[in-house]
Design a protein around this ligand. Sequence first.
Ligand code: MN
Length: 373
Amino acid sequence: MATDHPKDPISRRGFLRLSSVALLGTGLLAEAPAAEPAPSAENAVNPPDASIGRIALEEHFAIPETLDNSYAVKDLPSPEAKDKLLDVGSGRIAEMDRGGVEVAILSLVAPGIQAIPDVTQAIDTARRANDYLAEHLAKNPKRLKGFAALPLQDPQLAARELTRCIKELGFAGTLVNGFSQVGDADSAVYYDLPQYRPFWAMVQELDVPFYLHPRAPLPTRQQAYEGHAWLVGSTWGFAAETSIHALRLMGSGLFDDYPKLKIILGHLGEGIPFNIWRVDHRIKMGTLAPKPKAKLPIAHYLRENFYITTSGNFRTQALTDVIQEVGSDRVLYSVDYPLEDMIEAKEWFDQAAISETDRARIGRANAQKLFRL
Ligand code: MN
């Protein structure tokens, strides 16, 4: 794949200048370099060029029938928002070029299939979204990959649809937007429940990642947010909802039964890495609450079964915490386009005060390994 990436959108000189700024920011360079070094054979290989060929995996698209209920349209009131979401062709690729992203793994924008309580409709819409995506991936197979949308309202049919998407459509895994409403609009079904074990068995057998993407809590379950509607969505409610779902999976013993499962969390881990020590500390100390069913500390599963992306959380302090908790080989670059800006993500990540080795791993190498790209 390294041979077919597009022309480097950032010049070597620009990259070195950005690196120098980052070093100045950390105090590692006492003063600005007098002149940019001339290109040389040595510069061409060392340090590793972490500025090109990134792989991003929380990048969203929409089909017309899920567009209007998507958070993206509510969050992005600009008239271009819909166009950007619907574009799975040249406009998106041009943005990727500007953002230094060689490969984007696309997924149906939240809440997508999970917010369709009618099970038959959920199944039909998932199939249509997946077929539509496959059709467009085929036009740019080197730049665009896909995550399956799944009707988890029916675990058996979701397993079947995932199998079809992996084996017939060549998708890279699945991205699911949190709990599913099943039958009744006022229902929230989480995937640690026993009826999902056969589904998870299939995910493990197919050996593909499962991206647990946020959705907002249902209107009837938002008492804590009353009078503060600004908190419900991507500001805080997404992370609260998704972190609880992920902790339910970890605590349920799911990963004792299926130890090879690979779950991805966005937004630098939805707050879990920052709080993981306390979770296990209170489980160990606490006597009032029943303990989780899982056999090992929760942190064990976070480090063995989870991967974390930078989507929509462009903050070096938080990234550093994640790297220290789970290791840089479990962190992957992502943007969250078009809810986030490719250039803002790129400019942050290019200059974040991390090692060039970590920048190369997070920007590309970890995703290459995880998705066998
Ligand atoms: Mn997203």
